[in-house]
Ligand binder design. Structure first.
Ligand code: ADP
Ligand code: MG
Length: 329
């Protein structure tokens, strides 16, 4: 069955049937606009991401359910990086003629699985035809008390630079997907990332981070965003970047990728944050509760500049490129 057989309104009706409204939804899918409430005293957090076929994903690399899960995950990660609580999602898609309903049902199921997991209600969106590829635009609304919202701009000299989980896995997965030879585990983090929503929320509630960002562009670039916003510098010990067992087994220590992937690989969706050294223990406890870990990878300096060095003090000299959509490659 094709989307054209069901029609736009038939398809929207199906999405509506499958989605479950959570607390706060006054009016969900079906009217001209949704009506929702937020917790009194909290501020509304809003974020949006666009995924374009061929740019952000390839249909021959992932199944529709996983793509649906990732479409929401990337937005959940942005709310997590603010220390927010995700609440409502809007999903807009442009679908090429001839797409099977099997594919679209899988995609919606994956999206709703991820929404359910994080108590997010799908409250609306838009559905259009596309003449060139599948486009997915997700807007996610969240909430948090204004004084708990964590910005990029609060890092102080002497703060520790911390990261959740492990780094380099997504870049490794992407490289292996391109090569065509890989195991399921090796590409899992790239195709189906876990947004650190619970950790971000707990850190914010305990007012632990002085600044925070999620790693979507790569550690080097995203730490750069924190340093610029905070007008500070940092020293990073690259031997302290946390690596997974899969990564260690897949990449030789002699390969330049052993450092390049964790330092500049994008789409990790781990949290990168700074904290006063006295709060490290609290952060480690929060991470355990949230089912992940926290590693200290360096320190914020009053002097500007980002210095990457090995444990023996030698500096890391290789150039790191971060992905830029509009850079001329
Ligand atoms: P309008 O023409 O006023 O934009 P639509 O027919 O596009 O209305 O949408 C009807 C309802 O279905 C709205 O509540 C809209 O938010 C919802 N909707 C449309 N597409 C999607 C989608 N892909 N996912 C979730 N809700 C959707
Ligand atoms: Mg519409």
């Amino acid at each position: 069955m094709k989307l054209s057989d069901l029609g736009e309104f038939g398809f929207i009706g199906k999405i509506r049937e499958k989605s479950h409204d959570k607390n706060g939804v006054i009016l969900g899918i079906g009217d001209d606009a949704a009506a929702t409430s937020i917790t009194p005293g909290m501020a509304l957090l809003s974020t949006s991401d666009l995924l374009a076929e061929g740019v952000h994903f390839r249909l021959d690399w992932c199944d529709p359910v996983t793509l649906g899960r990732k479409s929401l995950a990337v937005n959940l990660s942005d709310i997590a990086a603010m220390g927010g609580i995700p609440r409502y999602a809007l999903l807009s898609i442009a679908v090429p003629a001839g797409f099977s309903m099997e594919f679209l049902n899988g995609f919606i199921d994956g999206f709703l699985q991820q929404a359910e997991k994080h108590s997010v209600s799908l409250i609306g969106g838009d559905t259009s035809a596309s003449t060139s590829g599948f486009f997915i635009s997700v807007t996610l609304l969240g909430e948090q008390y204004p004084d708990r919202i964590v910005r990029r701009s609060g890092a102080c000299g002497g703060d520790l630079v911390c990261v959740s989980g492990t780094l380099g896995d997504s870049a490794l997965g992407l490289e292996l997907l391109k090569s065509g030879s890989y195991s399921k585990e090796q590409v899992l983090k790239h195709l189906d990332p876990t947004p650190r929503v619970e950790l971000g929320k707990q850190l914010a509630e305990l007012k632990i981070p002085t600044s925070m960002i999620d790693i979507s562009d790569g550690l080097h670039a995203d730490l750069g965003h924190i340093l610029k916003a905070s007008a500070k510098g940092a020293k990073i010990c690259i031997d302290n970047t946390p690596l997974s067992g899969i990564f260690r087994n897949s990449v030789s220590k002699n390969s330049p990728d052993y450092y390049r992937f964790p330092l500049s690989g994008g789409e990790e969706y781990e949290l990168l944050f700074t904290l006063h050294p006295s709060r490290l223990k609290d952060a480690e406890e929060a991470a355990v509760k949230a089912g992940t870990s926290v590693s200290v990878i360096g320190e914020i300096t009053e002097e500007s500049g980002l210095f990457l060095a090995f444990a023996d003090g030698n500096s890391y000299a290789a150039e790191l490129n971060c992905y830029d959509h509009f850079a001329l490659n």
